[in-house]
Design a protein around this ligand. Structure first.
Ligand code: NAP
Length: 313
């Protein structure tokens, strides 16, 4: 039996291969781990571990049962709408990844709150000046209360902010005002002046952050998008910033990555950019989860972090 890694853009595939074989051996399984496209016998492949695989590549394995993402997102797998329903799709959930994301978001929220970008600009000209913009009472609102959204919601609440959250199904999180479903979206948006997008990318959330959405936000809301570039209609953000509907944005993810050199975001005075680094999967945390799922698959046990094919995440 074998497991295939299909991740053309990753340069640490050999490390994954070695460490996965070790982890499987430690669980009593002598499994061959191969790196696509060098697969000796396609009939033997039961599991694929993927990151942005070429779409047709999975169909070469007639006995494939499980497709695992190498990270938290599965949108790169589910963008193929024809995936057989009997394939189970799993992802990585990792404490360190969650902590990394919350730390990035705390930095983004507090830099904006304390107007650090303004003082950074003043320092460049040795200027000792106070900001004329009064410090506003921040009311962070988290779009998506999953693994990452819940953690940052609680951490921001711990700092004393009044935090709201929005999800598809109702949630009960102590100290957080929660809203769910389309009927409650506008009420949620009226509770917040800083929106943090932590939605999964699904057919319902693609292009979610568009001009109609921005018109429903409180005037001057600040946007942070760390989820996926395709949540945001980029030209609508520029319109919303230029019309004053939004006051600024911190963006870590983009429709095209790397962000093209000529993209208007680079020089926009209200946009702060990072190159998709908010939080990165640690292979040493991910590999044992993949090995564990391989063994669970062999023994027909429930898989870890399996996604709901109907919901799309
Ligand atoms: P998750 O655990 O799957 O949580 C998703 C949340 O979004 C859930 O609360 C879900 O609601 C909610 N949701 C889904 N569809 C919705 C809809 N149509 N309307 C309202 N709420 C909806 O996801 P996660 O692991 O926290 O990841 C969040 C995002 O971060 C993903 O897009 C992931 O790809 C991205 N990410 C980015 C980086 C980076 O470095 N920039 C790193 C890791 C992850 P329910 O609770 O009701 O199901």
């Amino acid at each position: 039996m074998s497991l295939v890694i299909i991740a053309p853009s990753k340069n640490n595939k050999a490390y994954w291969q070695k460490r996965l074989e070790e982890e499987l051996k430690a669980r009593g399984e002598d499994v061959k781990v191969e790196i696509w496209p060098e697969v000796e016998n396609a009939d033997k492949v039961l599991m694929a571990v993927t990151w942005k695989h070429p779409q047709e590549s999975l169909y070469a394995y007639p006995h494939l049962k499980v497709v695992s993402s190498m990270g938290a997102g599965v949108d790169h797998i589910l963008k193929d709408e024809h995936l057989p329903l009997h394939w189970h799709i799993v992802r990585i959930v990792d404490e360190q990844l969650t902590r990394g994301m919350s730390n990035y978001l705390l930095a983004a929220v507090l830099n904006y709150h304390k107007q650090m970008y303004h003082y950074y600009e003043l320092q460049k000209t040795h200027s000792w000046g106070y900001s004329e913009t009064p410090e506003v009472e921040l009311q962070p609102g988290i779009l998506g209360l999953g693994e990452l959204g819940t953690d940052i919601a609680l951490k921001l609440k711990g700092l004393g902010f009044k935090v709201s959250g929005y999800s598809r199904t109702p949630k009960d999180i102590m100290g957080i005002s929660t809203y769910a479903g389309e009927d409650e979206l506008e009420t949620f948006l009226q509770q917040t002046n800083m929106l943090i997008c932590l939605l999964p990318l699904t057919k319902n959330t693609r292009d979610y952050l568009n001009i109609e959405f921005f018109r429903k936000c409180k005037k001057g809301t600040y946007l942070i998008n760390v989820a996926r570039g395709s949540h945001l209609v980029e030209e609508d953000l520029i319109t919303a910033l230029d019309q004053g509907l939004l006051s600024g944005a911190t963006l870590d993810v983009f429709r095209q990555e790397p962000l093209p050199k000529e993209h208007p975001f680079w020089d926009h005075p209200k946009v702060f950019i990072t190159p998709h680094i908010a939080s990165v999967t640690n292979p040493d945390a991910a590999i044992p989860q993949v090995a564990e799922n391989y063994v669970r698959m062999l023994h027909n046990k429930p898989l870890l972090n399996k996604i709901d094919r109907t919901a799309g995440y």
